[in-house]
Design a protein around this ligand. Structure first.
Ligand code: GLV
Length: 355
């Protein structure tokens, strides 16, 4: 009892002490570049002073450049340009956490050189993105968007033997470019459609994995020549910038359909226009474009054999909440000096390996 009283006196004194007051005053500061799904930031709010950019459009670069000078942690999106100037301006930046799996908008070598860990949100969006690649594949193959427009325009008069003919999916050849988590999840779905699945990747996968997924490795040009559907799941880098240009479209079948849910700049948009309008390939479905958003005067938007959606591959309610929670956990870990649960530059941890 005596002990309990003295602990309680000590605790009350402790709470009232100027040191505790100072501690709460000096919580780390975090800037979040957009409103995130409700509940996503909860674990961050326990340990940091969190400011959220309230607008629908991203914060202007100049504003972010000013903000970063006064924060300990940044939670950003793929629409924010996190370049050398911005990272170097963040004198007290302890971590950068991106709510996305891709991070081509962030200058990783500069962050690494400054010892700043960068986090991303893989895994939780794999299935949602693979589902959406399939949604686009099926919509393009069976002309779902055109059919909807046709019906609403009052053009449906009767059942016609040759109305809105598309391509068969079951039994066709699916070519997957980039065979990471998402590419593999797309391949698994292809097996359910009894497809022949080819993949191209810089690194050959373990034959046991290939077998369990039901996918065969192929040279890039061979994959292009043999696939009825080509779907892109590679990250954007110097090596993959405009990986699809005139030569690649020449190699594809005239009946082939291209699907891109990865990064817009993997496809040269002018070459794609030439290929679609000149009959080099039959159609395309893009969830990502170069630039984003696609300009309304883009010649691509005049084409009937193209479907475009506004970068929503991972946009299921459940997935976006999980992405926000992982991004918050990554940042929380970075602020505490702990290893980020999902780190893209593990070199910042001496002798460590990431994820
Ligand atoms: C979306 O494009 C992502 O990289 O998560």
């Amino acid at each position: 009892m005596k002990n309990a009283i003295s602990i309680s006196i000590w605790y009350n004194n402790f709470l009232a002490s100027p040191k505790v007051f100072l501690k709460s005053m000096s919580q780390p500061k975090v800037f979040v570049t957009r409103r995130l799904p409700d509940g996503g930031l909860d674990r961050l709010r326990f340990l940091a002073e969190v400011e959220v950019w309230p607008e629908r459009l991203p914060p202007p670069y100049e504003l972010l450049l000013e903000k970063v000078k006064h924060i300990d942690g940044l939670l950003c999106l793929l629409t924010d340009r996190i370049d050398r100037q911005l990272i170097e301006a963040g004198a007290s930046l302890k971590a950068i956490s991106q709510m996305a799996v891709g991070y081509d908008n962030i200058d990783i070598p500069v962050a690494t050189a400054r010892g700043i860990p960068v986090g991303n949100t893989p895994d939780v969006l794999t299935d949602a993105t693979a589902d959406f690649a399939w949604a686009l594949l099926m919509a393009a193959a069976r002309r779902v968007v055109e059919a909807d427009r046709f019906t609403r325009a009052g053009s449906w008069q009767t059942w016609e033997p040759d109305l809105l003919l598309g391509s068969s999916i079951a039994g066709a050849t699916l070519g997957i470019v980039g065979f990471g988590r998402i590419g593999q999840a797309v391949a698994r779905r292809g097996a359910g459609f009894n497809m022949r699945v080819l993949y191209f990747s810089r690194h050959r996968r373990d034959p046991a994995l290939e077998q369990s997924i039901g996918a065969e490795p192929a040279e890039f040009d061979v994959l292009l020549g043999e696939s009825d559907f080509v779907t892109i799941h590679t990250s954007l880098s110097e090596d993959t910038y405009h990986l699809f240009s005139d030569r690649q479209f020449e190699l594809m079948k005239p009946e082939a359909i291209l699907i891109n849910t990865a990064r817009g700049a993997v496809v040269d948009p002018d070459a794609l226009y030439r290929a679609l309008s000149g009959g080099k390939i039959a159609g395309a479905a893009l969830d990502v474009t170069e630039p984003e958003p696609i300009p309304l005067n883009s010649p691509l938007l005049t084409l009937k054999n193209l479907i475009v959606s506004p970068h929503i591959g991972s946009a299921s309610r459940q997935t976006r909440l999980q992405m926000a929670m992982i991004a918050a956990s990554n940042l929380a870990a970075g602020l505490k000096g702990d290893r980020l649960p999902y780190c893209v530059n593990p070199e910042v941890y001496a002798g460590g390996k990431g994820e």
